[in-house]
Unconditional design. Structure first.
Length: 348
């Protein structure tokens, strides 16, 4: 029992646990009990110990693992739980920073571009006015009816006015354009059309739907028919118009009248076929000396006829039409550049 208490105390001391000490009891006298003999060795005779020698206490070995005095405690590994389908956590949406406003430059703009009067007469003076804004430069151009820019032109500021005298020969309308431009080119433009009153009338009716270029010229004229065309003569121009009717081009041509009284009227050696005639005077001279005209026209089929005619041109800037009164009271219409011709039968 004593030995057990001592062993227990020793174990508690090693593990750091102290037990309260109780006073040791007074031992009672007893007859000593001989200790059990250990197992004898395989050979030899055991030697008996004296009875008065106390038996040695058995050695009891206890194994204890005290905590290290100076070891750093190792924290337990954290438990990590992995979800098979993790739910993403929405991040709070941060408001973007408010940008500092940048001042914008207005685009170049034309607010107005006009004239003080419309319609006006050719030769009148008009006042052009304008208003534009923005970072640009501005130029006003005079413009032809074909859309081409022409002189004069003016560099102008954002607001202003200028006076312009319309050419007396201008017809139908006059045109202007205002351009705004920067280093990259034109950024805005506006056109202006000023209508012009027509100062003249056509010599025939129904008239074309455009103003004539000038008043009609009334003059002496002549006309003669050929197998494949017509010859017309105008004293005011001293020219001969030849209208071909053979399907070739040009459809008509104009020639200077080279005949005068010093030249022969006709060539007596030329014999026309029956019912045909040799042209005379100016028609005859051109017909005899120009083989192309002779071949394309053929023979004259009637005599030259003199009458009072009229001539007038349309006011197209290019490709104008020419109108000549015919001997029968109608009108010969000649298209631009020899392109075509036709006879217009006028209503009484």
């Amino acid at each position: 029992m004593r030995i057990g208490l001592i062993a227990t105390a020793a174990l508690l001391a090693l593990t750091g646990c102290a037990l309260p000490l109780r006073p040791a009891p007074t031992p009672l006298p007893s007859t000593p009990t001989p200790a059990a003999s250990p197992t004898p060795p395989a050979t030899g005779t055991p030697t008996a110990r004296p009875a008065t020698e106390p038996s040695p206490a058995p050695t009891v070995t206890y194994t204890a693992t005290p905590p290290p005095a100076t070891a750093t405690p190792v924290p337990p590994s954290p438990t990590v739980t992995v979800s098979s389908s993790p739910t993403p956590t929405a991040r709070p949406t941060a408001s973007p920073p408010t940008p500092t406003p940048v001042p914008t430059v207005p685009a170049p703009t034309i607010h107005s571009f006009g004239a003080n009067a419309d319609p006006v007469d050719p030769g009148d003076t008009i006042t052009l006015t304008w208003h534009w804004s923005g970072e640009a430069d501005a130029i006003i151009y005079h413009m032809l009816p074909t859309g081409q820019l022409s002189e004069p032109f003016w560099a102008v500021g954002p607001r202003g006015s200028l006076q312009y005298t319309i050419a007396p020969h201008r017809r139908n309308a006059d045109y202007f354009v205002l351009y705004l431009h920067d280093e990259e080119g034109v950024v805005a433009y506006d056109t202006l059309e000023v209508e012009l009153r027509c100062p003249d009338v056509w010599f025939f009716s129904p008239a074309p739907d455009i103003c004539p270029a000038s008043p009609a010229t009334i003059t002496d004229g002549a006309q003669q028919r050929f197998e494949r065309g017509i010859m017309l003569w105008l004293r005011s121009e001293d020219r001969i118009y030849v209208l071909f009717d053979d399907g070739q081009h040009p459809r008509w041509s104009v020639y200077q009248d080279e005949w005068d009284e010093s030249k022969p009227t006709m060539d007596p050696e030329i014999e026309p076929p029956p019912d045909r005639q040799q042209p005379v005077r100016g028609f005859g001279l051109l017909w005899r000396e120009d083989g192309t005209v002779r071949q394309r026209l053929g023979w004259a089929i009637d005599e030259e006829r003199g009458y009072q005619t009229a001539v007038q041109r349309s006011s197209h800037y290019r490709y104008s039409n020419l109108y000549i009164r015919a001997a029968d009271g109608g009108v010969w219409k000649l298209g631009p550049n020899g392109s075509e011709w036709e006879h217009l039968s006028l209503s009484p």
